[in-house]
Ligand binder design. Structure first.
Ligand code: NDP
Length: 301
């Protein structure tokens, strides 16, 4: 189908193919079934389709059959390598397909994937889903999309069955980039929380006991973002509210408390080292926001 020749609102398919039935792909296929779509599925491990088939999905016998069944093919795979492993042997069946690739990977891999799809006559939308399976089928959360604008607009109604949408631009790498930016924050923040729990636990404090305090600290982060964002954009790193020398002393206390408790100090020690490096560069009197520049200069020699 030549989607660029079709008015966006005219493209309302009522059938999709979902390839990849991990927890996310299963939730997506389920959301399409709930929305009344005819759903064809394929997965390397076929038994993961059992519940969906019981609900009315069709399990394609081959990848070619799954691709032939529908114009819109949602990919929910571990990474882009999995996409090539599945689709490369069936590449002749890709002509005319719209690949909605909701597999996580790097921006560069997404760009290569879009070019690879185009080489085989398919069009590619990159997606970065920002919710676990529990949020699939609602518009409470958004998925980042990038790729051809006409393609996104033509199929937005189909995409909205999965989650809300947030179109970031034509560059196929953009959705992956926005997704990885969120993942950078997500993994480091949740890991910090788990370290805090281990430290609390080593001192006889349970996860439940620490929960309200952790929630208060994490919930208050928005205020820091509001306060520091304009200063960072203005290149203003004055230490009028806090200073890097204070952060070094404070982190030293965290690392020592961690060691005294018999807990692995690797995580806070890495943060301490980062601040020490900034101090060594002469930024002791500056705000912690100076790290934005220190990080941006790249890895230390
Ligand atoms: P999983 O890794 O659990 O499963 C993804 C699918 O990839 C499975 O169907 C698996 O097949 C398939 N797969 C992996 N490698 C290959 C391969 N070499 N050949 C064929 N098939 C392969 O992922 P999720 O379902 O949890 O997530 C899907 C994507 O969504 C990932 O990119 C993830 O980063 C992202 N994501 C996940 C979230 C979550 O909470 N789970 C939240 C937001 C995004 P098989 O069943 O045979 O193993």
């Amino acid at each position: 189908m030549n989607t660029s020749a079709v008015h966006p609102s005219a493209v309302r398919p009522s059938a999709v193919t979902v390839i990849g039935l991990g927890p996310m792909g299963r939730a997506m296929a389920g959301a399409y079934l709930d929305a009344g779509y005819r759903v064809t599925v394929w997965n390397r491990t076929a038994r993961r389709a059992d519940d969906l088939v019981a609900r009315g999905a069709v399990l394609a016998a081959t990848v070619e059959e799954a691709l032939a069944a529908n114009d819109v093919v949602v990919l929910s795979l571990t990474d882009y390598a999995a996409m090539y492993a599945i689709l490369e042997p069936a590449a002749s069946a890709l002509e005319g397909r719209v690949l909605v690739n909701l597999s996580s990977d790097t921006p560069e891999k997404a760009r290569e994937g879009a070019a690879w799809a185009a080489k085989h006559g398919a069009r590619h939308l990159t997606g970065g889903v920002q919710t676990p399976p529990s949020g699939i089928g609602t518009t409470d959360f958004n998925t980042f999309y990038s790729g051809p604008r006409d393609l996104f607009e033509a199929y937005e109604g189909v995409l909205k069955v999965i989650t809300g949408t947030d179109y970031r631009g034509e560059d196929p790498g953009l959705a992956a980039l926005y997704y990885q930016l969120q993942m950078d924050l997500f993994w480091t923040t949740l890991t910090a929380w788990l370290h805090t729990l281990a430290l609390a636990d080593a001192n006889g404090i349970s996860a439940s006991e620490i929960r309200p305090y952790a929630a208060e600290t994490l919930g208050g982060m928005g205020q820091f973002l509001d306060f520091y964002t304009p200063r960072i954009e203005a290149g203003q790193h004055a230490g009028d509210v806090e200073r890097i020398s204070m952060a070094v002393a404070s982190l030293d206390h965290v690392v020592e408390t961690t060691r005294d408790s018999g807990v692995d100090p690797l995580l806070p020690a890495a943060v301490l080292e980062t601040f020490r490096r900034a101090a060594a560069e002469g930024y002791e009197e500056d705000s912690l926001t100076r790290l934005f520049e220190v990080f941006g200069r790249g890895a230390a020699a």
